[in-house]
Design a protein around this ligand. Structure first.
Ligand code: N01
Length: 534
C-alpha cells in the first residue's frame, strides 16, 4: 500500500537490474509515485546473482553502461575493455547511490502473484513474504535470463558434496582448492567459470551435452588515451548506437561474404576474431542468413579452435557440428580451449556417454563412475518467458498468462500482452533484447513505457491494453524475420529448445534494434493506435 494515502502507487517496477533501476529513476523524476520490488537482497539483477568467478560482459564496458546522464558517463571510469562482474556490480551500485534509488525499493520481495482488478483498474502484487502492493501500472523488468534451471538428472538430490549454480553464486565465494570438481553445462557461464576452477581444483571434469563456439575475449585495461578519446566522443558513440542493429557503435561489413576476395574475407574475420566479444557474429551481413557465408565463418573458427588444443580427439568433441555458427549465442572465454591441455582437466561427451545417475559421491555415466567433491551447475535458464510464467499472473476478464501463452508467447512490441492492461514486460519476447546491448535497450524500453504511462495520466486514461490483432501481427512479423535467418535451425534457448515441453519459437526480434526502435517510435508518435485506451 502507498505509505501516505493507502492508495495504489502509480507504478510498480519489478526488478533492480539495469532496466528496473533506470525505470525507477525516470518514474520518480517524472513525479510518479513509484515502488521497486526486488527478489534479491540488493540491486544488480543479472550481475547480483551471477557472481561466479570469470563472469564478464561480452559487450565493451563503455557501451554496456547507461547513456541517460552525461555527467555519469563522463565521470565513471571503466578500467577494462570487457568489464568483469564485480566492476559492473560496483557501477550499478554507484548509479543507485548517485541517484538515490534504493529508497524506492523493497528488497527480498519476490513477486509470486499479480492480479488485475478490472473495475478498479489496478494491479495487486503479492510477494513471497506475503506482502501485498497495489499500483495502476506494473512493469516487469524481471530479466531475460533470470529463471535458472536445475537439470533433471536421476539421483541429483542425493549428491552429498558441495553444489553451486553459476546463476546463484554465493557472495562470499567458493574455494575449489584440492577439490575434485564437476561442471555440468558448456554455455557462456560454464565456459567462463571452468578455466578458473581448473587452475585451483585437484581435478575438473566438464560434462558437455552440446558443444558451443567460443571466441577469446581480448580483454585489457583501457589506456588513458582511449579513455580520453571515448569521453570526448561519447555523445557521437551513443548517437551511433541508438538506432544501430545491436545498440553498439559496431556494425557488420556491408559487403556480403562471397562477394569479397578470399584474402579480404580472412582479414575481416581475423579482425573481428581479435576484436572479441560477440563482434565475431557480425563479420558479414549475410553470415546469419546464408549457409555458404556461415560456413566460411565456421571453418575459420574451427581452425582457430583446433590450433589451441593439443589432443585433436578432444577438439573433435569440443567443436559443434549441430548448428550454424552464431545461431546459438557465441560464448566468450579466457583460456577455455587451452584448459583442456592441462593434466587435471577432462571432458565427458554426454552425447556418447550419457549421465546415468548422480550419487552421493559423484556421477555415473554410461561408461564409468567419476568421484566428485563439488558439482557446479551451469545449466542455463528458462529464457525470456520463465521469469513471467513463474508468477501467478491474472489479467483482465480472468485471463491467465499461462493460457494466453499456451501456444507460445505473443506480445505487441514486447511491451504489451492482450488481456493484461496496464502491465508492461521489458526486454521481453518480441524485442531485440538479448541480441543487443541490454543497457541501451533497457533505456529505450523504459522511456517508451513511461511515456505511455504519462500519456494515460495526462489524458485521464485508466487502462492501456495491447490489441490482440496487433500482438498476433507483431508476433507473426518477428517469426517471419527469424525464418529468413539461420537462427531457427539451432536448438537454442532463443528457440526455447533447452526446456522440455516449451513451445519452439524464436523469441527475440532479430530485425535489429534500430528497426525495432522505429516501430516503437511510430506507435508512440501516432498516439498508440495498437493499444486499447479506455
Ligand atoms: O546457459 P546456456 P548459460 N545435462 O543455456 C547444458 C548469457 N550469458 O548460463 O546445449 C547436461 O547457454 C546445456 O546443454 P544443451 C548469454 O546470453 C552471457 O551458459 O542444452 N547438460 C548447455 O551446455 C548466454 O547464452 C555471458 O545441450 C545440460 C548449458 O547447460 C546465456 O546467458 C555469460 C543439462 C547451459 O548453457 C545463457 O548462458 C554467461 C543436462 N540436464 C551468460 N541441462 C557473457 O559472457 C542443461 N545443460 C556476457
Amino acid at each position: 500500500m502507498h505509505p501516505e494515502q493507502g492508495s495504489p502507487f502509480d507504478v510498480i517496477i519489478i526488478g533492480a537490474g539495469f532496466a528496473g533501476l533506470y525505470g525507477v529513476h525516470q518514474a520518480a523524476k517524472a513525479g510518479l509515485s513509484v515502488l521497486g520490488l526486488e527478489a534479491g537482497a540488493d540491486v544488480g539483477g543479472t550481475w547480483f546473482w551471477n557472481r561466479y568467478p570469470g563472469a564478464r560482459c561480452d559487450v565493451e564496458s563503455v557501451d554496456y553502461s547507461y547513456s541517460f546522464d552525461e555527467e555519469l558517463q563522463q565521470s565513471w571510469t571503466w578500467t577494462e575493455r570487457f568489464a568483469a562482474q564485480p566492476e559492473i556490480l560496483a557501477y550499478i551500485n554507484h548509479v543507485a547511490e548517485r541517484f538515490d534509488l534504493k529508497r524506492h525499493y523493497r528488497f527480498g520481495q519476490r513477486v509470486v502473484a499479480a492480479h488485475f482488478d478490472d473495475d478498479a483498474a489496478h494491479w495487486t502484487l503479492r510477494t513471497d513474504t506475503g506482502a501485498e502492493f497495489r499500483s495502476q501500472f506494473v512493469v516487469f523488468a524481471t530479466g531475460c535470463l533470470s529463471a535458472p534451471v536445475k537439470p533433471n538428472l536421476p539421483g541429483i538430490e542425493s549428491f552429498a558434496g558441495e553444489e553451486y549454480f553459476t546463476a546463484q553464486w554465493p557472495a562470499q565465494g567458493v574455494s575449489f582448492e584440492g577439490k575434485r570438481v564437476g561442471v555440468i553445462g558448456t554455455g557462456s557461464s560454464g565456459i567462463q567459470v571452468s578455466p578458473i576452477i581448473a587452475r585451483a581444483a585437484r581435478s575438473l571434469t566438464v560434462f558437455q551435452r552440446s558443444a558451443n563456439f567460443s571466441v577469446p575475449v581480448p580483454n585489457r585495461p583501457w589506456t588513458e588515451a582511449e579513455q580520453a578519446q571515448i569521453r570526448a566522443t561519447y555523445r557521437e558513440r551513443r548517437e551511433k548506437s541508438y538506432y544501430a542493429g545491436a545498440a553498439t557503435p559496431h556494425a557488420s561489413l556491408t559487403t556480403k561474404a562471397l562477394e569479397l576476395s578470399p584474402q579480404e574475407r580472412v582479414s575481416a574475420m581475423e579482425d573481428r576474431w581479435n576484436g572479441g566479444g560477440v563482434l565475431f557474429n557480425k563479420v558479414f551481413p549475410d553470415q546469419n542468413s546464408d549457409l555458404a557465408a556461415n560456413e566460411l565463418v565456421r571453418e575459420f573458427a574451427v581452425a582457430k579452435i583446433r590450433a589451441k588444443i593439443d589432443d585433436q580427439s578432444v577438439a573433435d568433441d569440443l567443436i559443434p557440428n549441430d548448428h550454424p555458427i552464431g545461431t546459438k549465442r557465441i560464448c566468450t572465454d579466457s583460456g577455455y580451449y587451452e584448459m583442456y591441455n592441462r593434466d587435471n582437466v577432462s571432458l565427458v561427451n554426454l552425447r556418447r556417454e550419457p549421465i546415468e545417475e548422480v550419487t552421493a559421491t559423484g556421477i555415473r555415466t554410461a561408461d564409468r563412475f567419476i568421484e566428485l567433491d563439488t558439482l557446479v551447475y551451469a545449466t542455463g535458464f528458462d529464457a525470456m518467458t520463465g521469469a513471467l510464467l513463474r508468477i501467478d499472473l491474472h489479467g483482465a476478464r480472468d485471463a491467465r498468462l499461462s493460457d494466453t501463452w499456451a501456444d507460445g508467447p505473443i506480445t505487441y512490441l514486447g511491451f504489451g500482452i492482450p488481456g493484461f492492461p496496464n502491465m508492461f514486460s521489458i526486454n521481453s519476447v518480441g524485442t531485440p533484447s538479448v541480441m543487443a546491448n541490454m543497457v541501451l535497450h533497457s533505456e529505450q524500453q523504459l522511456d517508451w513505457v513511461l511515456a505511455l504511462v504519462q500519456h494515460c495520466r495526462a489524458n485521464g486514461i485508466r487502462k492501456a491494453e495491447a490489441r490482440a490483432d496487433a500482438a498476433v501481427k507483431w508476433t507473426d512479423h518477428l517469426l517471419e524475420v527469424a525464418e529468413g535467418t539461420l537462427f531457427v535451425r539451432a536448438n537454442s534457448w532463443y528457440m526455447g529448445a533447452n526446456i522440455e515441453g516449451k513451445k519452439r519459437i524464436f523469441m527475440p526480434y532479430i530485425g535489429g534494434f534500430g528497426n525495432y526502435r522505429r516501430y516503437c517510435d511510430e506507435e508512440r508518435d501516432n498516439g498508440y493506435p495498437n493499444f486499447e485506451l479506455s
